[in-house]
Every structure is written in C-alpha cells, then in structure tokens.
Design a protein around this ligand. Structure first.
Ligand code: C2E
Ligand code: CA
Ligand code: CA
Ligand code: CA
Length: 280
C-alpha cells in the first residue's frame, strides 16, 4: 500500500510539473505575443435600452496566436492572473482602451456621456493602479467620468484590505465602478452600502435564453430594482435576441449588451458601425 501511495504521489507530482511547464510555455508565448503585437483590444457596444442609442463600449482582450488562431480570454486570463502577468497585461489593455477613447473623442465621434468599460483583475487592485489610471486619463485628455472599471463581486467581497482602499481611491478620482457578473459571486448586499459603486451588470447566465415569467426574469427584475434603490445603473449582459432585449427593458434594465446588439469587434469596425466613422 505504501508503494502504491508513493507511485501515486510521484505520478501526481509529474502531473503538476507538466502543468507548470505548460503554464510556463503559455506565459512565455503570451509575453512574446504582447511584444509582437499579437494582442488586441476589441470593443462591444452597450446601449441605452430606452433610446436604442450607443451608451458605451466594453474593452475585451483578444489574443491571435500565429499558427493557432484566436485564443479566447477565458483560456489565458486565469493563467495570467496566476502568474502575475495580468498586472502589466491589464495595464496595457487600460492604455490601449483609453488611447482609443481619446482618439475617438478627439475626432468628435463619441455620443455624449459615452463610457469606456475596462475589466480589472483582483491582482491589479494595488497602489500602482491609481497611478496608471491617472496617467492613462491624463495622456489622452479624458475625464475620469468617461471611464468605467469593472470588478467582479468576488473581488470586491475579498478580505484584502488594500482592495477596498484601491477601490475607494479610484472612486474618489471620479472613475465609475461597475460590479461585473452580478449575481454569480458571493455577494453580500450589505457591502453595497459601503462601496462607491456606480453600476451593476446582471450576469449573462440570467439573461441569455430567459423568458418572461421565469425565475431568471424575476431575478433580473430584483437586481434592477436593487440598483435603482441604491441609485445605480443596471446593465443586462448577454442579450442574444430581440425578445430578450424587450424582456430586459420590461424588467427595468436601463442598459443592455449582447450579441443581438453587437459582438465585440476591432476598433475600426466598431467606429464604422456605431459612430458612423467613414475613415476606417
Ligand atoms: P466579461 O467581463 O463578463 O465580458 C463579457 C463576455 O461575454 C465577453 O467574452 C463577451 O464576448 C461575451 N458576450 C457578450 N455578449 C454575449 C452574448 O450575447 N452571448 C454570449 N454567449 N456571450 C456574450 P470574452 O471577450 O470571451 O471575455 C471573457 C471574459 O474574459 C470576460 O468576461 C472577462 O472576465 C475576461 N476578460 C476579457 N478581457 C479582459 C481584460 O482585458 N482584463 C481582464 N482582467 N479580464 C478580461
Ligand atoms: Ca466585464
Ligand atoms: Ca460580465
Ligand atoms: Ca466574467
């Protein structure tokens, strides 16, 4: 039995070593990819449900690996979070997105009140973040109110004390804070009282494929009601059909995002489709 245990242990270790090596490979490829221009930021529209007009965009990272093709973010962001590479990578996304926003703004392409949403990983919520956010805003002649930072519930509810410091510092700068994937994490609604949050994003698992009168529909209505009580805006994610758009409108969501409205695309395609840009 001891022998068996030892074999099993060494097989387990070999498995871990293999995984670690594979992770190292992917991380190296990701670092090189960033240097060699394989990474890009795509933009997905967010609309005002009552007018159907463009309200903002969410910046979403894309990695186009030569010889392999597009790698979805779910396959490399968790890894980058593990290794810490998400910090420089996330800073790059922030820089790209705000540079793009500044460019659109400079050419008068933006509808009034337009907001650029950027996703933040928990590892990014440190002292350095405030500096890079301030720099990216200053470099591109933007105001903090034009930026929305998306943080998941789980990140916000974490016990790390510097987390809430970072969040408060960002809010006092004037940037908007949004809780992403709302409803999927370990939410303590009481936290909403203390956190300087501006927006809730209803996770797409509650929205996609949902019908009127269902439990998910009741949940969407409850989240939107909660947002309203707290004076926050509410975005429905994952709107995949005209029926779903109508449904989330009826349920009280002010804003919507999803494949039915528009898929994430390159900046040029986004500007042509949503801001009538003829240049691209
Ligand atoms: P997320 O922040 O919840 O972003 C929304 C995801 O839902 C995007 O997936 C988007 O393409 C997808 N989506 C939007 N509308 C629909 C729809 O109607 N139906 C379906 N099925 N999907 C829809 P994507 O781009 O693959 O990103 C996945 C996740 O990766 C993001 O989820 C976010 O957590 C993470 N991510 C992406 N870019 C970044 C980044 O720059 N930094 C960080 N930290 N995370 C990022
Ligand atoms: Ca997001
Ligand atoms: Ca989300
Ligand atoms: Ca997510």
């Amino acid at each position: 039995a001891k022998e068996l245990g030892r074999n099993r242990a060494s097989r387990f270790e070999a498995g871990l070593r293999y995984q670690a090596l594979r992770h190292l490979d992917v991380e190296q490829a990701l670092r090189r990819g960033l240097e060699h221009g394989e990474l890009a930021v795509h933009y997905q529209p967010v609309i005002d449900v009552s007018t159907g007009r463009l309200h903002g965009a969410e910046a979403l990272l894309r990695w186009n690996r030569p010889g392999i093709g597009p790698v979805p973010p779910d396959q490399f962001i968790p890894l980058a979070e593990e290794t810490g590479f998400i910090v420089p990578l996330g800073e790059w996304v922030l820089g790209e997105a705000l540079h793009q926003l500044g460019e659109w703004k400079g050419r008068n392409l933006l509808p009034s009140g337009f907001r650029m949403a950027v996703n933040l990983s928990p590892q990014q919520l440190g002292a350095a973040l405030l500096t890079s956010v301030e720099r990216a805003i200053g470099d591109n002649d933007l105001s903090p109110a034009e930026l929305s930072l998306e943080i998941t519930e789980t990140t916000l509810m974490s016990e790390r004390s510097n987390m809430s410091e970072a969040v408060h510092a960002l809010a006092s700068l004037g940037a908007n804070l949004s809780i992403d994937d709302f409803g999927t994490g370990y939410s303590s609604l009481a936290h909403l009282r203390h956190l300087p949050v501006h927006q809730l994003k209803v996770d797409r698992s509650f929205v996609s494929g949902t019908e009127a009168g269902s439990r998910d529909a009741a949940l969407i209505a409850a989240v939107c009601g909660l947002a309203q009580e707290f004076g926050l805006s509410c975005v429905a994610e994952g709107v995949e059909s005209a029926e779903e758009l109508q449904l989330v409108a009826d349920l009280g969501c002010g804003y919507a995002q999803g494949f039915h409205i528009g898929r994430p695309t390159s900046a040029a395609v986004f500007a042509a489709r949503w801001m009538g840009d003829q240049a691209g």
